[in-house]
Design a protein around this ligand. Structure first.
Ligand code: KIV
Ligand code: ZN
Length: 531
């Protein structure tokens, strides 16, 4: 059976979503999870973007790129410029199977407004960049950015030039999510019929979801002969996101008789990888998200439940265990022991070592004292919160809040600083959360902009665990007020996550986690007073 190559760009295009930026250690953890998922190619980043990005890609190339008998290809993105190609090579060269992915925009809109280049100049630049990349590595991918708004004849000329210069994979991105499935089918067939040498290279597709058609367009391209799909976990990515890996993989798996194609993906790793990316990127998965949403396998309507009890296939086209989703919803409670917790967390994709288990068990007990039934969703929130809290430099050590109809809201917060010294401050605010955040700002010595504050009840019921996610930035984040900003100068956004039955406590944990990320990336923001 013919094979579709799965190229994951969670760590490059996915990381470009505002607020999804991750630390180098987090990127490595995701790369390891992608290797367990058995993706064929990991696009680990854009090394020319900054020295940190280069180092993060290099670390993945050395570690994940050499792990086991058949490690994934490790790929670095490069604009069609000598300095970018050199940075990409430096970053991926230590992988057993390095790839350089270079790109140049080809559409008339980009040629005129962004590049100021003629058609002939575009072709010349593509030839140069691909040839230079081929001097560095054997595996070179070329992308014609905004291919789906490029004149088909010119697109074929550019792709032919890339093949002549030595490209081994040709990627057709729908950069702005503009295409429809029928157009994608035609475009791919046109390329296959008109580009000399196309049968000797891999034809690839890369879609964005601006009109909600990324998965449909990707599958249309596959139907028309594309044999590499560029995807991200949970569909994270620029604007409305990229094509979701889990959707394409499960469509090819579930409808194998229709497509007649297979991937190398271990589908039982999908659920865990989705959770991990959601936690580390701070991008929650919507409950009704295909394949990995909380409700993707929940049957609420009476008629559906009746059908399911008679024969599951009446309403179920995939089994939850195929994507590694634990079927057991048996709740744990205050009498459950360490072993039960350890086994359940391992089923949920969180095998914990003894120290981590001990810390999580203490938090589980505290929760079980306040909440009668602890569900899988509660446990996932607990472990996610553990990772956030544990990775910080400041830690929440105490919180006392005053609020109500008669009193001005105030909060006294106690934090442990990186040297474990207790620091406390009392502040007032427009509400208890505002007061709490102001007290934390005062202790840490930063004045960030709070861009987003979101509270969500993990389960039903008055004793539900509240999950809080926040996004902060070190400076004013208003694009309209700063038209000169580009990707390199726009302030970075950092997220934090917290979970507790007390939502003010959860909010404080989330805010401290976000500030820890902010000050790790931008230590200069901390005022002298607190440092
Ligand atoms: O969307 C796009 O065009 C890209 C390219 C760099 C492949 O991400
Ligand atoms: Zn993209």
């Amino acid at each position: 059976m013919s094979r579709v190559i799965v190229f994951d760009t969670t760590l490059r295009d996915g990381e470009q979503s505002p607020g999804a930026s991750m630390t180098s250690a987090e990127k490595r953890e995701i790369a390891r999870a992608l290797a367990r998922l058995r993706v064929d190619v990991i696009e680990a980043g854009f090394p020319a973007a900054s020295p940190d990005d280069l180092e993060a890609v290099r670390a993945i190339a050395r570690d994940v790129g050499n792990d086991g008998d058949s490690p994934p290809i490790i790929c670095g993105l490069a604009r069609a410029r000598a300095e970018d190609l050199a940075a990409a090579f430096e970053a991926v060269k230590d992988a057993a199977r390095p790839r350089i992915h270079t790109f140049l925009a080809t559409s008339p809109i980009h040629r005129k407004h962004k590049l100021g280049m003629s058609r002939a100049e575009v072709i010349e630049r593509v030839r140069d960049a691909v040839a230079r990349a081929r001097e560095l590595v054997d595996d070179v991918e070329f992308s014609a950015e905004d291919a789906c708004r490029t004149e088909p004849g010119f697109l074929c000329e550019v792709l032919a030039a890339a093949i002549e210069a030595g490209a081994t994979t040709l990627n057709v991105p729908d950069t702005v999510g503009y295409a429809t499935p029928l157009e994608m089918d035609r475009r791919m067939r046109t390329i296959r019929a008109n580009v000399p040498g196309i049968e000797d290279v891999v034809l690839s597709v890369h879609c964005h979801d601006d009109l909600g058609m990324a998965t449909a367009n990707t599958l249309a391209a596959v139907g028309a002969g594309a044999r590499q799909v560029e995807v991200t976990i949970n569909g994270v990515g620029e604007r409305a996101g990229n094509t979701a890996l889990e959707e394409v993989v499960m469509a090819l798996h579930t409808r194998q008789a229709f497509f007649g194609l297979e991937t190398g993906i271990d589908t039982t790793q999908i659920h865990k990888t989705s959770r991990l990316v959601s936690t580390l990127s701070g991008m929650p998965v919507q409950p009704n998200k295909a394949v990995v949403g909380a409700n993707a396998f929940a049957h609420e309507a009476g008629i559906h439940q009746d059908g399911m009890l008679k024969a599951r296939q009446t309403y179920e086209i995939m089994r939850p265990e195929t994507i590694g989703r634990p079927e057991s919803e048996l709740v744990l409670g205050k009498h459950s022991g360490r072993h039960a917790l350890k086994v359940r967390l391992a089923e949920l994709g969180y095998p914990l070592d003894d120290d981590a288990l001990e810390a999580t068990f203490a938090r589980f007990k505290a929760l079980a004292d306040r909440k009668k039934h602890v569900t899988n969703a509660d446990l996932l929130a607990l472990v996610s919160a553990r990772e956030e809290v544990g990775s910080g430099v400041f830690r929440l050590a105490g919180l006392d809040v005053r609020c109500g109809t008669g009193a001005a809201p105030s909060a006294t917060v106690k934090l442990l600083d990186p040297a474990e010294r207790p620091l406390a401050h009392t502040a007032s605010g427009s509400g208890p959360v505002d007061a709490c955040f102001r007290a934390i700002d005062e202790i840490v010595g930063v004045s960030p902009r709070l861009l987003e504050y979101r509270v969500h009840a993990v389960t039903e019921g008055i004793d539900a665990l509240g999950e809080v996610s926040v996004r902060v930035s070190g400076a004013d984040y208003d694009d309209k007020a700063h038209p000169q900003w580009d990707d390199a100068t726009r302030p970075r956004v950092f997220h934090g996550y917290g979970a507790d039955t007390d939502i003010i406590v959860a909010s404080a944990h989330a805010y401290v986690a976000a500030l820890n990320r902010l000050i790790a990336a931008e230590p200069a923001l901390v005022t002298a007073k607190a440092s």
